[in-house]
Write a protein of this length. Structure first.
Length: 280
């Protein structure tokens, strides 16, 4: 661990670097992130600020609309106007670690915009070995409204752009020559999986597989945001059909467990690893 980053390890083997205080321009909505995240064999499965979307920062929490403030980065979708450059970017500020071990941490963050704090976050991340070829990243975030009034979380979808309900936990995967496969227990392909609710969702690259699972009942109610053709990315949507209200003093909690595996998993293998990763 350094002043600005720490390394997640499994049995002494590095599997992820967490950057707490990135030096980024305001329009990228600066925030802590995990990158690179690797398989146990060392294959990187994240990307940082790729050319197609400079504001995609590995693995983290990003929300395009918190009461009109952009914590996602890039342009803001404005109803009846489209993607627009606005001076409305917020930043997630690392406030300290409550706990920091080689296999995980508990962090406090402040979501700042327009000179004030909108949300206080507690983020809990843990790395667990599942097999000799797979491990799990357990990622929980709790967002508490610390203002005196109500807040709400939105997305481009709730602001008038159909199919763009991104915002929440988000994983930008590595881009390869061929688009990754995507499937759930009952569907496959970007068009079928995007916007659907499923207990788990798998993204399969050339020699790796990521399996994302909602690990609480509330998280499983959030639809999945999926991209494979344009770029490889998976998120869990906080505001799919309507804005998510967060009254003063109230807290929103979500937990996503991701299996990171070497090789290409089939449905049965993906489901078995999810059961092992999410079991109490």
């Amino acid at each position: 661990m350094t002043h600005d980053s720490l390394v997640l390890r499994i049995a002494g083997r590095p599997v992820g670097r967490y950057i707490t205080r990135p030096e980024l321009p305001a329009r990228l909505s600066p925030r802590p992130y995990l990158h690179p995240v690797t398989t146990l064999a060392g294959t990187a499965v994240t990307e940082l600020s790729p050319a197609d979307h400079a504001h995609h920062l590995g693995v983290g929490v990003a929300v395009p609309d918190v009461e009109g403030h952009n914590f996602w980065g890039g342009r803001t979708y404005v109803r009846d106007q489209g993607p627009t450059e606005l001076d409305n970017h917020g930043a997630q500020r690392h406030a300290g670690f409550q706990l920091s071990d080689p296999d995980g941490f508990v962090e406090e963050l402040r979501w700042m915009a327009a000179g004030g704090e909108l949300l206080r976050e507690r983020r809990t991340v843990a790395a667990t070995e599942l097999t000799d070829a797979a491990w799990a990243l357990d990622f929980t975030f709790s967002l508490t409204n610390t203002t005196d009034g109500p807040l709400s979380i939105g997305s481009p979808a709730t602001n008038g752009r159909p199919g763009a309900a991104y915002g929440g936990f988000f994983w930008r995967a590595r881009k390869e020559a061929e688009a990754p496969a995507v499937f759930t227990h009952g569907t496959e392909g970007e068009d079928a999986v995007h916007g659907e609710r499923a207990d788990w969702l798998a993204l399969g690259g050339a020699n790796w597989t990521l399996v994302f699972a909602g690990a609480t009942e509330q998280t499983r109610r959030d639809p999945w945001f999926v991209r494979t053709a344009e770029y490889p990315g998976v998120g869990s949507s906080l505001a799919h059909e309507a804005r998510l209200p967060v009254p003063a003093g109230e807290t929103v909690v979500r937990r996503v467990v991701t299996v990171i595996a070497d090789g290409r998993l089939d449905r049965g293998e993906a489901a078995a690893l999810v059961r092992k990763a999410v079991s109490p």
